[in-house]
Ligand binder design. Structure first.
Ligand code: HEC
Length: 240
């Protein structure tokens, strides 16, 4: 009994001595279990796959959950263009899929201001005069948002510019999701309207900063019960 106690005390002492020690050598695993499993590092090469890459691309035609975009029905929202290929002049209603995916409410003007200051202000400056860092340092001609051209530019064309870029302006389709692009446009219109109002000029309809119309409710609103007279009751009403 004494011997066991002594052995135990020694073992504890030895173990406590290990606390806080660092070692440059890999730890010893008396029982390796599943510690080391063969795997690839991200971006690693592989002799197994024909294209030499360990990372596999998604199967062509794969649509991530919630990413299916019905361009025939909701084209204007995703592309800024209507069925005839013309730029839309108002911010389209978000399709149900999009509403469901972004199931948190968003204040378009506030979100737009925040995104604008992150993504656009660097070049177009906070007031939208085109006096950002690109102009200051490199004299790159950056348009002001307060010119007649930009006041008249349809919302859909601004959306398209953010999505695909234009001339010297890069595309922002990847860093800025679709809903944020529309929010930025709401804020851009607010900047324009504010400037026009300050200089006493009338604010044209397309410059009124209007968030998209509320989407249709997902489920039909409950109809309050009506006192049914025999003439009013139609067969399908009875069925439900
Ligand atoms: C890296 C600098 C840079 C950033 C960031 C940038 N722009 Fe631009 N933008 C430009 C330049 C430069 C042009 C002029 C393009 C040309 O005509 O060559 C331009 C042009 C435009 C135009 C006018 C297009 C036309 O056809 O006249 C709009 C609208 C616009 N930008 C909106 C935005 C919005 C909205 C954002 C933020 C999402 C943004 N830009 C971010 C540099 C930038």
């Amino acid at each position: 009994m004494r011997r066991t106690n002594l052995a135990l005390a020694l073992a504890l002492l030895a173990l406590s001595g290990c606390r806080g020690c660092t070692s440059s050598r890999p730890p010893i695993h008396p029982n390796p279990n599943m510690y080391n499993q063969p795997r690839y590092e991200p971006q690693a090469a592989s002799a197994f796959f024909y294209n030499g890459q360990a990372m596999r691309p998604p199967v062509p035609g794969t649509v991530a959950r919630g990413e299916l975009r019905d361009l025939t029905k909701d084209g204007p929202y995703w592309t800024g263009k209507d069925a005839g290929g013309m730029f839309v002049t108002a911010i389209p209603k978000p399709p149900q899929d999009e509403v469901r995916r972004n199931d948190y409410p968003v204040d378009y003007a506030e979100r737009g201001k925040q995104r604008f200051e992150i993504y656009c202000a660097a070049c177009h400056d906070k007031g939208g005069d085109g006096k950002g860092i690109l102009f200051e340092r490199g004299k790159v001609p950056t348009p002001s948002f307060h010119t007649d051209k930009l006041l008249q530019m349809p919302d859909g064309q601004i959306f398209d510019t953010i999505t695909n870029g234009t001339g010297l302006m890069p595309a922002y389709r990847y860093p800025i999701p679709v809903r944020d692009r529309w929010a930025i446009i709401v804020y851009l219109r607010a900047l324009q309207a504010h400037r026009l109002a300050r200089s006493g000029r009338p604010v044209p309809a397309q410059v009124q900063p209007a968030p998209p119309a509320a989407p249709a409710p997902t489920s039909p609103q409950p109809v309050p019960p009506q006192p049914a007279t025999p003439q009013q009751v139609k067969p399908q009403q009875v069925k439900s």
